[in-house]
Design a protein around this ligand. Structure first.
Ligand code: PHE
Length: 444
């Protein structure tokens, strides 16, 4: 067991063999883009917060949490894929960088400071490298509860909630909501929750979030209109929004909201009725309520027409000077598109059966320890923000040896300048070398 200390701001953690967090991630923890004045992620946060004036905001929660907070308290099964070291950054066996703001649900319910709350924070996931994925992004969690033991005389829980539904601003968009609010197999009610109670809380949740989405997309549309109509974005195209059924271990029933944007249905948030076990364990078993989680970076990209998620991390004034929390939203004007340069790398995966020699019938066991996210991480580690995209372009299994070959294409591009040939060759050379050293692959 290797043991070493990891210092994150003023806290020290003892790393063990679970540690898989590279220094490039650790060094970006202090950035807190959701709090940076006039940053598009911060402006998006403020825009959403303004739709929930009575909710208590928590914007400074520390990103290092326990496995208990991030997974156990929310009812994630022991074998859930989200817990794996290929998907989540660990510091040690019981400590992770939070993968979602839901990690703070149980503690916030336990603190019991307000009926409604919003938590905005940086979250961390090992993932693909492309223009809409970055290992650090930002989420906002929202929740609202009602107390069954504190109802006005003569009013039922459902009546109380419906009165709050009536206070949410009205909107005029058409929302598709084809499914029943709950379904005994696909999206069940919880024990102890009546249909009336869930109908009322579901309506409050859906109306609240529709109000947010209307506010966001109206702001985005006025930006588009200011920039002039283009064929794929007629400025007067009505906003199309739909609710779909979903699943989360910590809500039931659960839903997702999708918005039609430039020809595609985009999933913008997940939500549902909070699992009663979470409220029971948090010492507030008399409360019932809903929660949602929304990704701020993707929303900010839509709002401002930002073409690449890496731009959020830029400190270039040509980027940052284009945003203001007091001015109306305007489309981002790319300052330049510097040339891209792609390079391929092909390799054989380490073969655990080749030692047996000859014909292996057990080809699948040769690659059981390979995970694409490891390739992505090496690319980020070597190239930082100079890599735009990494993707698998070819894969095959040798018919005789059973060995698997992969070919990845890496697109190199700086957002701020033109890369020289020597630079790209040097980056690619180090990338290939790290693939060999860290993953044990054999270059072809
Ligand atoms: N935490 C969920 C995610 O990251 C989103 C969510 C939050 C869903 C709260 C339901 C309730 O995908």
């Amino acid at each position: 067991v290797t043991s070493r200390d990891v210092k994150i701001e003023d806290k020290i953690y003892q790393a063990d063999e679970w540690m898989n967090t590279p220094s490039i991630i650790l060094s970006n923890i202090p950035r807190r883009l959701h709090l940076q004045q006039d940053h598009p992620v911060a402006i998006t946060r403020q825009l959403i917060e303004s739709r929930f004036p009575d909710y208590k905001t928590h914007n400074n929660l520390f990103p290092v949490v326990t496995v208990g907070q991030n997974f156990d308290s929310l009812g994630f099964p022991a074998d859930h894929i989200g817990r794996s070291r290929t998907d989540t950054y660990y510091l040690n066996k019981s400590t992770v960088l939070r993968t979602h703001t839901s990690a703070h649900q149980a503690d916030t319910f336990r603190a019991n400071e307000s009926a409604g709350y919003l938590i905005s924070a940086d979250v961390y996931r090992r993932d693909a490298v492309d223009r809409s994925h970055y290992p650090i992004f930002h989420q906002m969690e929202g929740a609202r509860v009602w107390d069954r033991d504190a109802l006005d005389a003569g009013k039922s829980f459902a009546q109380t909630v419906w009165e709050d539904v009536a206070k949410i601003p009205k909107h005029s968009i058409t929302v598709e909501d084809p499914n029943p609010s709950f379904h005994s197999e696909r999206n069940p009610l919880q024990d102890g929750h009546s249909a009336e109670e869930v109908e009322a809380m579901g309506a409050h949740l859906k109306r609240s979030l529709e109000d947010v989405v209307v506010a966001i997309f109206n702001a985005a549309k006025s930006a588009a209109a200011d920039a002039g109509e283009t064929p794929d974005t007629p400025a007067d195209e009505p906003l199309k929004v739909r609710w779909v059924e979903a699943y989360f271990p910590f809500t039931s029933p659960s839903w997702e909201l999708e918005v039609y944007w430039q020809g595609d249905w985009l999933e913008v948030l997940g939500c549902g009725i909070v699992k009663q076990s979470i409220l029971d364990n948090a010492g507030v078993p008399n409360k019932l309520g809903w929660a949602f989680g929304i990704g701020l970076d993707r929303i900010a990209m839509l709002l401002y027409w930002i073409p690449d998620i890496r731009l959020f991390w830029s400190t270039d004034p040509r980027f940052l000077s284009q945003f203001s929390s007091t001015a109306p939203i305007q489309r981002f004007v790319p300052f330049s598109k510097y040339p891209a340069c792609f390079k391929d790398v092909s390799f054989w995966l380490r073969s655990s059966t080749s030692a047996a020699g000859g014909l292996s019938r057990n080809a699948t066991t040769t690659s059981h320890d390979f995970h694409e996210n490891d390739v992505m991480e090496i690319a980020r580690d070597v190239c930082g923000d100079l890599v735009e995209d990494v993707r698998l372009v070819d894969e095959f299994v040798h018919p005789k040896t059973g060995r698997r070959s992969m070919c990845y294409r890496t697109n190199y591009r700086s957002l701020e300048r033109t890369l020289t040939n020597e630079e790209t060759n040097e980056l690619h050379g180090r990338f290939c070398q790290q693939l060999v050293e860290k993953l044990g692959v054999e270059l072809r």
